[in-house]
Design a protein. Structure first.
Length: 333
């Protein structure tokens, strides 16, 4: 039975194709497609920063020498890509009795068992990637144990942009709207000519409830769409106010939310602010090839033929290329 695992159906290429085709269950960040994805052939990536400058050009006579600008300052920073792997062992007993002697569907039956295991392993990689991307949005990328992998503010030598908003139970919303517009202007000033299609905020639960309860927000939503307001009151998870889509982010692991309960992070959509880089796996077959989001491979117990180990790995690096393009927002206590 275990000889089946030496067939082409269980090669690196076949297993990797299978795990890539497994049902995709992304988190919210993955659904929105905020991060551009790129495979790279190396295990690190270099980000080059160039101080772009915009200024008016003084008129001059035709044929006269033009005004001269100095060379732009460039800074290169190298980031080592994270290595994530998870394995699962399929015991001989698990593939026992999946076929009768001489039948032709043994590979299909065993493949079903392996596919079930690959679905579970892929889900673990997906939630890990979602966690890394949530950290990139906040500027602090954490490992599973809470240790810091990258502090993007330190890496890029900048400080975090912050703002406060003050929801009110009586104000018509003009003051809150002005605060939200001021946040958008902070982002626009930082990104300059970078294209922006809209704004979104990921909110912790407490922040979302307090912001949603603002009288001006309620009035705005009521007059915009009464039926929608009734639906949101029953199960409110997102709404648009002052040009920003405010959304309660629900992701968490082990009871720890990806976004703190009393914070929100406002960021632009449609820009090139976020990227995910995938390095190749550490297999001989994948050296210097363009990285894929996830790989799968298996090894058979050569000594006693008692098990098959399924190995999966991903090598992602999620980055916010301009951390000050995201604004951390809180509500004064």
């Amino acid at each position: 039975m275990l000889d089946i695992f030496r067939s082409d159906a269980f090669s690196l290429t076949s297993l990797t194709d299978a795990i890539l085709k497994a049902p995709y269950k992304p988190g919210r960040i993955g659904q929105l497609g905020l991060f551009r994805e790129r495979g790279i052939p190396t295990t690190s990536v270099v980000i080059e920063e160039k101080d772009g400058r915009l200024s008016l050009i003084q008129t001059s006579p035709r044929g006269a020498p033009g005004s001269v600008i100095g060379a732009e300052k460039r800074t290169a920073r190298s980031f080592v890509i994270h290595h994530l792997e998870r394995e699962s062992t399929v015991m001989a007993d698990e593939v026992q009795n999946v076929r009768s002697f001489g039948s032709e569907n043994a590979t299909d039956a065993v493949q079903a068992i392996i596919n079930e295991r690959l679905v579970d392993l892929r889900a673990m990689h997906e939630v890990t990637l979602e966690h890394l991307r949530a950290g990139a949005i906040q500027g602090l990328i954490l490992d599973a144990d809470g240790s810091t992998l990258y502090n993007l503010f330190t890496e890029f030598g900048v400080s975090q942009q912050t703002a406060t908003v003050s929801p009110s139970s009586s104000d018509e919303g003009d003051a809150l709207r002005a605060e939200v517009v001021a946040i958008q202007r902070l982002i626009e000033a930082e990104l300059g000519a970078e294209p922006i299609n809209g704004y979104r905020a990921f909110c912790g639960a407490d922040f979302f409830d307090a912001f949603r309860a603002d009288f001006g927000v309620t009035q705005t939503l009521r007059y915009a769409d009464p039926q929608s307001l009734l639906q949101q009151q029953a199960n409110a998870r997102s709404f648009t106010f002052a040009g920003v889509t405010w959304e309660e982010y629900r992701g968490s692991t082990g009871g720890t939310p990806f976004f703190a309960a009393d914070e929100a992070y406002v960021f632009p959509e449609g820009s090139n602010l976020f990227s995910t880089y995938f390095a190749p796996a550490d297999f001989v077959e994948t050296v210097n090839t363009l990285g894929l989001p996830i790989y799968a491979k298996q090894a058979v117990d050569e000594a006693f033929q008692r098990w098959v180990k399924v190995h999966t790995q991903s090598n992602p690096l999620a980055l916010c290329l301009r951390p000050r393009g995201v604004v951390k927002v809180t509500i004064p206590t």
